[in-house]
Design a protein around this ligand. Sequence first.
Ligand code: NAD
Length: 498
Amino acid sequence: MSAQKTIHVGGEWRAAASATTREIIDPADATVFAVVAEGGREDTDAAIAAARTAFGAGAGQWPRTPVAERAALLRRVADLLQRDREEIGLLESRDAGKTLEEGRVDVDCVSDAFRYFADLVMNESGGRVVDAGSPDIHSVVVHEPVGVCALITPWNYPLLQASWKIAPALAAGNTFVIKPSEITPLTTVALIELLIEAGLPAGVANIVTGAGDPVGARMAEHPDVDLVSFTGGLASGTKVMRAAADSVKKVALELGGKNPNVVFADACETEEGFDTAVDQALNAAFIHSGQVCSAGSRLIIEESLRERFVAELARRAEKIRLGRGTDDGVECGPLVSVQQLAKTEAYVASALDEGAVLRAGGKRPEGKGEGYFYRPTVLDQCHREMRVVREEVFGPVLTVETFRTEDEAVALANDTEYGLAGAVWTADAGRARRVAGRLRHGTVWINDFHPYLPQAEWGGFGKSGIGRELGPAGLDEYREAKHIYQNLAPRPVRWFAG
Ligand code: NAD
């Protein structure tokens, strides 16, 4: 594939039909470091047509490929990712502005996702026999691929989010068109190359690089697409859902979060407990400069612990080393774009206007040139009426709210239109389970923050989305259930006398 031929349709790499290109910016210094094809409606229609032909009403080569062969291909992809780990990790670091180590970890997680879905489909039986209440009836529920899948992904974990869709879609026997974020398309293009190298038939995996509108919008509305799986912001997600309505596609949405990190004073009674809770609160809020859908951006802390905890958190936040993700000793990269930087600055300004107290950060760092860096920021004395507490910033901004009772802590943690993830820190095992049980969030951590498992469903309550990725439900998103009812001894029913 040459630099500007980043559209893959029906087994062939192409430039955009319009010959338009887009420059990809390195967020650490705002320079152009790659050029990709800027696809449009024509390219999108061609990609969907190729995926449709390859699916062939379920009779195409890939949907009919035996499960064991599909699983073997997914495992080959995992091996190829490990072969190219350094190269792809570096590309992800440069494109998304994360540290090189984060880029490498992302590649490992992507390999794990491919292996997990390979194992999952292999371990399934060929269907679920249902007792129809008669020895003359054989009744079985089987699964079939949905068809042509439109996959739309964001810029914060470009490769990881792509793999959570591509691996189950392929495991289930679908064909697809993927549109990565226009800001960070490079590793998804690299992944498509690996799928081809692993032996995927032409037309099964298609990619169109380009903008949300027209490319993503066209994918969501196109009558020949059977399913749209979208990860991104709430505003774009609602547009996708509306666009998908006319053709009644299956819709899966992984949207934003405003995730509470609830800390009870009893978690910090020992020095070790205090150190761990502060360290993890820092990690929850600031890893990848807070550009994480599950970022613990709301610290909800017991009033008696507030001053000591926030002082130490702010001290450590001020020491976080910002820089280019490949430089030695760097702990945090830049924001992904100048727009994301401006958005973060605007949220901090509005919070200060509304009465928040700045404890750390609140500005761009010195000496970082044109890069889109912003200091990790701690805002104390926050309350739910503030925009910064209600809306997703998607930057390195942590707000602090306090509570006095367990009920108050739960009420605050659930007081969000989102419901993606949240954590509770406590040394009291009963309280841990009580609070975890009452949180209206798709993932709840007890005395931890951020881990996920490929075997466990990921997704949100409320406006954090519809459906689940990962786990068995993450495979079911990409399948239709079919009930086959066979009468072994057919006789007239005589409902009508005739
Ligand atoms: P975004 O909504 O701006 O873009 C996401 C994708 O949608 C991009 O590929 C974009 O080009 C495309 N898009 C934009 N408008 C579209 C339209 N009208 N029709 C179809 N596609 C369109 O989001 P972003 O800024 O790239 O990513 C950040 C958001 O993603 C945050 O809100 C974050 O919480 C969310 N996110 C959620 C999860 C999760 O698992 N729930 C994971 C990662 C990111």
